[in-house]
Design a protein around this ligand. Structure first.
Ligand code: GDP
Length: 394
């Protein structure tokens, strides 16, 4: 069982000097190499390789300032360096392979250990910041990457540290913690505040799942294509064409969404179709949102009616609204009128999808748990704390 201390552990500073290429391999505009390690050794070594134009020694360069200079005394490569703090320096050079290879080879020959960027981070970064950085590398949109990057700057780590401090002081101050103790209530509130963003945090790396459903031929494949912006599913006039689940990923307003087109939901005429329908039902039950399509160019059928009744939480789409509408008074309230043929209503649908999937967006600076491990721990911590078992968390 994880304890809050697992999340509190900070790595010890490594003595070994390491260098890592922190930009992707391959040509780019700029390539970056970060060198870290104990400051004295770092400064001595870097001074032999990097010659700042302003003539000052590396340890006398201001932290955070961009310093122009050359790499090597003879035939020096023009580069810039930035001291991130006393133990870390970043070098930015031409993005071609030659420049970065020269930097790494010189560093290697000087006895610096060359490692990959994650290896280097893990030696100086807390587990939580590492988890956030790793998640950032898997983010599929700029919006989610921004949030994850912000979390990796210590915001989430501080929130977990605060839990540790509160839990420790509670355990230290009493043999038995009363369930009405204000500090215990405060601890539970802090955990709840983090858990409030659990689902949102997980979705920063796992797309929200939206399922399209409705009886065969209502236009699910057509709407999926419209929303994805390309032809993916097979569109065919014959009912039951889409037997398996076809998925595609996109983003609405910067939020990653996986769309799944299910088998037409009707009484299957053979087993292959029945298997597809079963999968569809499972998919709807586990989805974050279900779009239930009705074809308003046709009068309502008993299948339409029973689907609307069966999935009351779904967002009903009055599809094929480019045609004469045949549902009259039976059209459910709150439907969104959409035509995949003309594009009418698509923008409204996208807005409504975002409103339903991401009703609240945290303010910048809000700590957000971003992995299942963190969320599981917080849930467990809340349950234990609710029973006064704070000691079990440490
Ligand atoms: P699915 O079985 O629910 O996936 O339905 P399809 O996407 O295969 O579409 C069934 C039929 O409806 C095809 O002939 C489409 O061209 C047609 N269709 C789909 N969307 C629209 C629409 O918005 N307007 C009109 N008029 N026809 C559509």
């Amino acid at each position: 069982m994880a304890t809050v201390t697992d999340f509190h552990q900070r790595p010890t500073k490594p003595n070994a000097l390491t260098a890592a290429r922190i930009t992707p391999v391959g040509r780019g505009a700029v390539a970056s190499v970060r060198v870290i390690g104990e400051s004295n050794g770092l400064n001595v070594l870097v001074s032999r390789l990097f010659f700042p134009r302003n003539g000052r020694r590396i340890e006398h360069q201001e932290i955070g300032r961009i310093v122009f200079g050359t790499w090597g005394r003879v035939d020096g490569e023009h580069i810039v360096a930035v001291r991130l703090d006393k133990d870390r320096i970043e070098f930015h050079c031409h993005g071609g392979d030659a420049a970065v290879s020269r930097l790494l080879s010189d560093l290697d020959q000087s006895g610096i250990q060359i490692v990959d960027a994650f290896q280097q981070w893990s030696s100086t970064t807390s587990t939580i910041d590492m988890e956030c950085l790793e998640a950032t590398s898997r983010a599929t949109t700029l919006r989610t990457a921004d949030i994850l990057l912000e979390q990796s700057s210590g915001i989430l780590q501080s929130a977990f540290d605060e839990l540790t401090t509160t839990a420790k002081s509670l355990v230290g101050n009493a043999d038995k913690i009363e369930s009405e103790s204000p500090s215990l209530t405060a601890l539970i509130q802090k955990i709840e505040a983090l858990l409030q963003w659990a689902e949102f945090g997980i979705h920063l790396t796992e797309p929200w799942n939206v399922v399209l459903t409705g009886r065969p031929n209502v236009g699910k494949s057509s709407l999926l294509n419209r929303l994805l912006g390309y032809d993916r599913a097979i569109v065919f006039d014959k009912p039951g064409t889409t037997r398996d689940i076809v998925t595609g990923e996109t983003a609405f307003d910067g939020w990653p969404v996986r769309l799944a087109d299910t088998a037409g939901l009707r009484s299957a005429s053979h087993s292959l179709e029945a298997a597809g329908i079963e999968k569809a039902v499972e998919r709807i039950q586990s989805a974050d949102l279900c779009l239930l399509l009705i074809d308003v160019s046709q009068p309502p059928t008993s299948e339409d009616r029973s689907l609307v009744q069966r999935w009351p939480e779904s967002l009903v789409i009055a599809h094929k609204c480019d045609c004469d509408e045949r549902w009259d008074d039976e059209l459910p309230t709150g439907v969104i009128k959409v035509s995949s043929k003309t594009g009418e209503g698509i923008a409204d649908l996208q807005k409504e999808l975002v409103r339903r999937l991401v009703p609240n967006v945290p303010f910048p600076g809000t700590p957000i748990p971003i992995s299942r491990r963190q969320v599981d721990f917080l849930r467990h911590a809340r349950d234990a704390a609710s029973m006064g078992n704070v000691g079990r968390l440490l």
